[in-house]
Design a protein around this ligand. Structure first.
Ligand code: NAD
Ligand code: UFG
Length: 337
């Protein structure tokens, strides 16, 4: 266990929590980020939280010279590749920017890893590769029909990495399909702090609770679900980050590609999430019925059995913990209106 791990996108939401989990598990993380959707202000808080040195490389993952310099100046053992663009609507409007960043960035990174002799890689994939699941919970071998440009960039990278491992058996690759990461580190020192406008339900509820938005739009109340609203598998970001540490430990034991769902295995509706956030912040949250959001599906819930069995990992924190920690971060970070 241990070693130096390059975390691309390490200043972002998932990446910053992965950095904390790695440091707490005895790894030495290095952050690489171009701050397209984050800020360098997270670094001092990460250092304070972890007590670690945390070198920062302010660079674009597509910058081959910067990657070569990074690998030549640090003895990197493994890479967790979180850097990417993730706004579904923006991807539809700017497909080339999304393919360039998400696919081009991954190719540049893999090439730099080959040149440096580094062969352990964890990739931030998404449940979005399943598109509209035929059945729930969704296992990893379910049909893959991503319904957005963003989703197709994720599947394209998965295919590239599968081909790479087929060509060279020394690769150790984890394709982690995240369901709906939410919440924040329990310290309240780091959390979701996008520089772009949030699209996801929990940060939007934090905005409403903090008075930065008048209300939350409930996108659709006529889905075939118990209360008519969309159902998702919300996984606490701390559990998600721990999944990366467990996957790295697994890859140290076994080469090849592993594809794993990271979810809790239980679905919650939009109304259940709103109710949990109300309990966390101690006030009612205004909501209004809105039409279904284009591209949304009724239910998407993980079957996490493979990750549970292979990694000995399990997501244990529930929706109340997610909302309590998201609200603590909201209050602590001074983003309250
Ligand atoms: P985020 O935007 O908070 O973090 C991504 C980070 O990558 C940001 O800090 C951004 O500045 C950086 N970045 C983007 N392009 C870059 C580039 N070319 N070079 C260097 N840095 C770059 O998003 P997140 O929620 O932390 O997501 C991390 C990864 O997980 C992404 O690949 C995303 O697609 C994937 N993912 C996220 C979710 C989710 O709901 N948060 C779900 C499934 C998958
Ligand atoms: N929702 C609302 N109001 C909002 C925002 C969201 O009602 O203002 C609802 C959505 O309709 C959905 C649920 O809350 O039912 C969750 O929505 P999110 O946007 O938080 O999450 P999604 O499941 O839609 O998105 C996630 C990832 C994306 C990925 C997508 C594909 O965040 O990266 O899954 O399934 F592309």
């Amino acid at each position: 266990m241990g070693g130096t791990v390059l975390v691309t996108g390490g200043a972002g939401y998932v990446g910053s929590h992965v950095v904390v989990a790695l440091a707490r598990a005895g790894y030495a993380p290095i952050v690489l980020d171009n701050f397209a959707n984050s800020s360098a202000t997270v670094l001092p808080r990460l250092k304070h939280l972890t007590g670690a040195e945390l070198p920062l490389i302010a660079a674009d993952v597509r910058d081959r010279a910067a990657l070569a310099h990074t690998f030549s100046t640090h003895a990197i053992d493994a890479v967790v590749h979180c850097a990417g663009l993730k706004a579904v609507g923006e991807g539809e409007a700017q497909p080339l920017a999304y393919y360039d960043n998400n696919v081009g960035g991954s190719i540049a990174l893999a090439q730099a890893m080959i040149a440096a002799g580094v062969n352990t890689l964890i990739f931030s994939s998404s449940a979005t590769v399943y598109g509209q699941p035929e059945r729930n919970p969704v296992p990893e071998d379910a049909p893959l029909r991503p319904a957005s440009v963003y989703g197709r960039t994720k599947r394209a990278v998965e295919l590239i990495l599968e081909d790479l491992a087929a060509a060279d058996a020394s690769w150790r690759i984890g394709l982690l399909r995240y369901f709906n990461p939410a919440g924040a580190d329990a310290s309240g020192e780091i959390g979701e702090a996008p520089t772009n406008v949030p699209n996801n339900l929990v940060p939007i509820l934090a905005d409403v609770a903090a008075g930065r938005r008048p209300c939350v739009d409930v996108f659709g109340d006529d889905y075939p679900t118990a209360d008519g609203t969309g159902v998702r598998d919300y996984i606490h970001i701390t559990d998600l980050a721990a999944g990366h540490v467990a996957a790295l430990a697994h890859l140290a034991r076994q080469s090849g590609v592993i594809t794993l769902n990271l979810g809790i295995g239980r679905g919650c509706s939009v109304l259940e999430v709103i109710a949990a956030f109300e309990r966390a912040c101690g006030k009612p949250l205004a909501r209004r019925a809105a039409p279904r959001r284009p591209g949304d599906i009724a239910i998407c819930c993980a079957d996490p059995a493979r990750a549970n069995a292979l990694l000995g990992w399990r997501a244990g924190l529930d929706l109340d913990a997610i909302c309590a920690d998201a609200w603590r971060w909201q209050v602590n970070s001074g983003r309250r209106a």
